[in-house]
Design a protein around this ligand. Structure first.
Ligand code: FAD
Length: 574
């Protein structure tokens, strides 16, 4: 049941308390409550997702993300790698978490990413072959909204059909642009081969975009894992507007520190919820390390300096943050009015598109507007990046770069543009999430650390070269006009300056409560996702992923949460 008011909760004692009703938290809540004997409470700080039109309608993404109502409204610290710039750092503040306000891109990463996690943790359960069933379990492959013939656009063998999260190909055609992207894979097959499905574990090449959309609507952990038939379960309680501050009532269990309760604020009052079996932090890669630190789990020096009584010295908490830097300067005017501007720059067509979505869940509003295809590529073997740092990718089947191809752009409303967004998906830079106050409700310090390694700058420069090469295919001639940022003739140094002044975020933060092998001298959770050295406490969300995969991170978070839920069920025989 969904509760808006703490006074309506029947009690505060449960088997499991889950902190955060986001992407991962709702998966764990759903799976645990399959057993009617298990009582679960989810504490979500944010609002309800019900009736949030800009979350439901995929094409309204650009209105949703900056909407401060549904965001924690964080800002990063100034980052030296970005010439001292800080930037808004979006995290969702409503049920469903970031799955309810992200770009809906559905990518899983490379088999090599997961095989590296298995090696790092000494647990084969995180390897590609063993994690793939969890991707399939969470997924419901769905027809696109326009029911077009999808043969040759994806591989049905690598998709699940019975899970709670709908995934589909775009449901509105941008045919001229789409044909040009596909034609490029024929004209430059060596550099940009066509890949039938980037979600097979072998993502290299150019594939059709897949998104967490079904029947023209965004699919989220709230609409999927908390769908009416699940949220109706009498053993599942979800409380909104409940911001957790810290874990309290420190005790000892089985020779280890443990916590008797979870403190949260509802309105102006503090409450404590109790878990007889386990507390699970699913507050995301910003929220989970913050709660650990507030609770006295982290580097002793940080905690002591703030006057927080240390419970366990675990220096890796909040460290090792990795995220994909993203560059949007590769944008051209185009000789076509078949672009997103035909809708976003025309109030009548915009209103018509929205009306069409409302009446039939068809038309241009059924897609996210992120793009039509995604390409993954490697740096050339002799790239100067490898002189700066050894190859950070997990293996030869994993990319260094991602390009997203979009028949639209940013900037002048109404201008017909195309964009190739470039992201480094094997970044070397690392950042952190920490606190500088003993007020548990004070915002944390977020430092994604973008471009702190020269490797990532060189990789972006290489990405610019690859994007130029992509549009050098004959099919683009006569279509492309001037670039909106003139990069012709820039020296490497000038391009580096431009990159540092214009790189943005992909919001794919992971690693801030990273898993490592049992007994390792670093890391925050063991391979079974229990916090090292603490009894009765797990973290299950994007923060446990130890190194950012070559993927937008929602699908990976779902798969990790599915396995995390199985690990809990095994541990508690429930
Ligand atoms: C703007 C943006 C665009 C993105 N685009 C994509 C994309 O296109 N494709 C993709 O795959 N990935 C994308 N991502 C990344 C992806 O969505 C996230 O990696 C993933 O959803 C993280 O899941 P999570 O469960 O770790 O955290 P979240 O989904 O953020 O869940 C955490 C939940 O905990 C709650 N919470 C936090 N602190 C507390 C507290 N103290 N007390 C109570 N509740 C708390 C939050 O409100 C939230 O609901 C994007 C992310 C963002 C922000």
């Amino acid at each position: 049941k969904l509760y808006d008011n703490v006074a309506d909760l029947p009690g505060l004692k449960y088997d499991f308390v889950i902190v955060g009703g986001g992407t991962a938290g709702n998966v764990v809540a759903n799976r645990l409550t399959e057993n009617p004997k298990i009582a679960v409470l989810v504490l979500e700080a944010g609002l309800s997702n019900e009736g949030v039109t800009s979350s439901q309608v995929p094409f309204l993404l650009n209105q949703l993300i900056p909407d401060s109502t549904y965001s924690w409204n964080y800002t990063t610290v100034p980052m030296p790698g970005l010439n001292g710039r800080s930037m808004p750092y979006f995290r969702a503040f409503f049920l469903g978490g970031c799955s309810a306000h992200n770009g809906m891109v559905y990518t899983r990463g490379a088999a090599d990413d997961f095989n590296r996690y298995a090696t790092l943790t000494g647990d084969k359960g995180w390897s590609w072959d063993r994690i793939l069933p969890y991707f399939l379990k969470s997924e419901k492959w769905s027809p696109p909204a326009d029911h077009h013939d999808t043969r040759g656009q994806f591989n049905p063998k690598v998709h699940g059909t019975k899970g709670p999260i709908s995934v589909s190909l775009n449901g509105f055609p941008w045919s001229t642009f789409e044909q040009k992207v596909i034609q490029t894979t024929k004209e430059l097959p060596h550099e940009f081969p066509f890949n039938l499905d980037m979600n097979s574990g072998q993502p290299l090449g150019v594939s059709w975009l897949q998104s967490t959309i079904g029947g023209g609507e965004r699919s989220t952990s709230a609409t999927g894992y908390l769908a009416p038939k699940f949220i109706r379960r009498p053993n599942l309680h979800v409380l909104l507007h409940a911001q957790v501050s810290k874990l309290v009532n420190a005790t000892h269990k089985a020779g280890k520190p443990a916590f008797g309760g979870v403190q949260f604020r509802y309105g102006n009052s503090l409450f404590v919820a109790h878990a007889s079996k386990e507390i699970i932090l699913s507050a995301g890669p910003v929220g989970s390390p913050q709660i650990l630190l507030n609770s006295g789990i982290g580097a002793h020096s940080t905690l002591s300096a703030l006057g927080i009584p240390p419970v366990l010295d675990l220096p890796s908490v909040g460290k090792n943050a990795s995220d994909h830097p993203s560059l949007f300067i590769m944008q051209w005017e185009v000789n076509s009015n078949e672009t997103f501007a035909s809708i976003t720059g025309n109030a009548t067509r915009f209103a018509q598109g929205l009306a069409q979505w409302n009446t039939s869940r068809t038309g241009p509003f059924v897609d996210s507007g992120v793009g039509t295809h995604i390409g993954f590529s490697r740096l050339p073997k002799h790239s100067s990046a490898f002189a700066v740092h050894a190859d950070p990718s997990p293996g030869p089947g994993a990319p260094h770069l991602e390009m997203t191809f979009t028949p639209g752009g940013f900037g002048a409303v109404g201008a017909n543009l195309m964009t190739i967004d470039i992201a480094v998906v094997s970044p070397v830079s690392r950042g952190s999430v920490t606190i500088n106050s003993n007020d548990p409700f004070a915002p944390p310090l977020i430092d994604p650390g973008y471009l702190s390694s020269e490797f990532d700058v060189i990789a972006l420069r290489e990405g610019v070269a690859q994007a130029k090469q992509f549009v050098s295919a004959p099919v683009w001639s006569g279509y492309l006009g001037a670039m909106t940022t003139d990069i012709a003739g820039l020296s490497d140094l000038e391009l580096e300056t431009l990159i540092r002044s214009s790189t943005g975020s992909s919001f794919h933060l992971v690693g801030t409560a990273g898993m490592s092998a049992r007994g390792a001298r670093y890391g925050v959770v063991d391979p079974d996702l229990q916090v090292k050295g603490i009894s009765g406490l797990s973290v299950i969300d994007a923060s446990v992923v130890p190194i950012v995969p070559a993927a937008h991170t929602a699908a990976v978070t779902y798969a990790f949460a599915e396995r995390g839920a199985d690990l809990l069920k095994q541990r508690w025989s429930c």
